[in-house]
Design a protein around this ligand. Structure first.
Ligand code: UD1
Length: 422
């Protein structure tokens, strides 16, 4: 087991380059299953989740070539299996999205139920309801889902009870190879949805309206591989924006789309940080004294739930009382107890957390309880007095490429070491 050691108190300075988006690349790699010819992806982040999804595809007979750094070639010309192994699917929820493409290509797919996860129950009812509307027969039992389409996959109009990101992506993929037209209403509008739609269209699909609440898809009979470059990771970029603001630093963040950062940019400015936007760069200067702000997580273009933990770490050291409300996931406050151990003054009630700031954080041993909570621990460590030790780093490895190197490049005192005691 390894741990991070951070000596806090150093303002960050310099430039950092954001990697390709984890949440865009995962569904896009899965969508390559829909094509009978290979796809080549560029700006693929080097992450544990990408390696895991590659393993899932390889088990289905797909050839995945990652010999060139940050490039992935996915060849699904010969799918030999339509049942991904339980161990791999249960380890990463996004792998559930292979169900639709496998069904579209092979006429049948069997997958284990994705199960719960630390941040909430995360059901799949919206996925399955939409699949059934498109003519898919779903059988559930013994922990598995079997999907067949005895009469073919047929376009339909589907209203989503909630704009689920995964369900929107999943149904977009399936509908691309359905017979006739599909209209999806009240869907997710996240930038990753637009990225997937752009890739599908490059493959020969006819998807219109991605990025709005209504997506229209004209089904086609076949899709081909395509070359595609993944968008920058808005959550990774946002994490460095907060790091700059809360350490009182001065950081130029490169390979970022300012449009995608709007909800965070607005809150950082409200808190007193200086944020300047360029075409594909953002410059953040921390004023040294940040003010309390309230945030409420919502589907895009609202404040992202994936930035909630990192924002909370910042608000802990901001002047005044802040309120953080989490509306997307029911149990996404696991970082609170870890922050309290470092000296934060936070009380929670249901889905709201009240933060009394500023607190002087003090370094101690904390754990990453999930991916973004782990990022929050690093941010807290950057401003804490003394040394912070962070364990359970596998969560961080899922979604932050070279975070130690990138922060070191900005002047942080951070290192990753072997830890026999964790
Ligand atoms: C994706 C992101 C994740 C992010 C989340 C919300 C990926 C790989 N992951 O996850 O980082 O935090 O969007 O922005 O892109 N729900 C249902 N029924 C369903 C599906 C979802 O009730 O069938 C609920 C979930 O329990 C949750 C909410 O909808 O409370 C949002 O989930 P969803 O948008 O589907 O998130 P994911 O796609 O799993």
């Amino acid at each position: 087991m390894e741990k991070l050691l951070i000596k806090g108190g150093k303002p960050l300075h310099g430039k950092v380059k954001v990697s390709g988006a984890k949440n865009a690349v995962l569904p896009i790699i899965i969508a390559a299953l829909l094509a009978k010819t290979p796809s080549t992806f560029d700006d693929v982040p080097l992450l544990e989740d990408v390696r895991a999804i590659s393993e899932v595809l390889k088990c289905l007979g797909v050839k995945v070539d990652d010999s060139v750094s940050h490039t992935l070639v996915v060849d699904s010309s010969n799918i030999t299996d339509c049942e991904p192994p339980y161990e791999l699917v249960s380890a990463m929820r996004a792998s559930f999205l292979v169900l639709g493409p496998l069904l579209a290509r092979k006429g049948k797919a069997r997958i284990s139920m994705p199960g719960g996860c630390a941040i909430g129950a995360r059901p799949i009812d919206i996925h399955l309801k939409a699949f059934e509307a498109l003519g898919v027969k779903i059988e559930q039992g013994h922990g598995y889902i079997v999907a067949t389409a005895p009469n073919g996959i047929k376009g339909a109009t589907v209203y989503f009870d909630f704009p689920s990101v995964g369900a929107t992506e999943h149904v977009m993929m399936l509908a691309s190879l359905a017979e006739g037209k599909t209209v999806l209403e009240n869907v997710a509008q996240e930038p990753e949805i637009v990225d997937l739609a752009n890739y599908l269209n490059k493959m020969g699909a006819k998807v219109r309206g991605a990025g709005t609440p209504v997506i229209k898809i004209e089904g086609v009979s076949e899709l081909h591989g395509a070359e595609y470059t993944i968008i920058p990771d808005r959550i990774e970029a946002g994490t460095y924006m907060i790091a700059a603001a809360m350490t009182g630093g001065d950081v130029l963040i490169e390979n970022v789309l300012p449009e995608h950062q709007k909800p965070l940019t607005a809150k950082l400015r409200e808190a007193g940080a200086v944020v300047e936007e360029d075409v594909d760069r953002i410059h953040v200067v921390g004023s040294g004294k940040l003010k309390a702000v309230d945030i409420k997580t919502l589907p895009y273009p609202g404040f992202p739930t994936d930035m909630q933990a990192q924002m909370m770490a910042m608000l802990v050291v901001a002047e005044g009382n802040s309120k953080v409300t989490e509306t997307v996931f029911e149990n996404r406050f696991m970082h609170v107890n870890e922050l309290i151990r470092m000296g934060a003054k936070i009380t929670t009630e249901g889905r709201s957390a009240s933060i009394e700031g500023p607190a002087q954080l003090t370094g101690c041993f904390v754990r990453c309880t999930d991916l973004r909570a782990g990022a929050a621990m690093i941010l807290a460590g950057l401003v804490a007095e003394g040394q912070t030790e962070i364990g359970d780093l596998h969560h961080i490895d899922r979604g932050y490429e070279n975070i130690v190197e990138k922060l070191t490049g900005l002047g942080a005192d951070i290192e990753r070491i072997e830890n026999e005691n964790v």
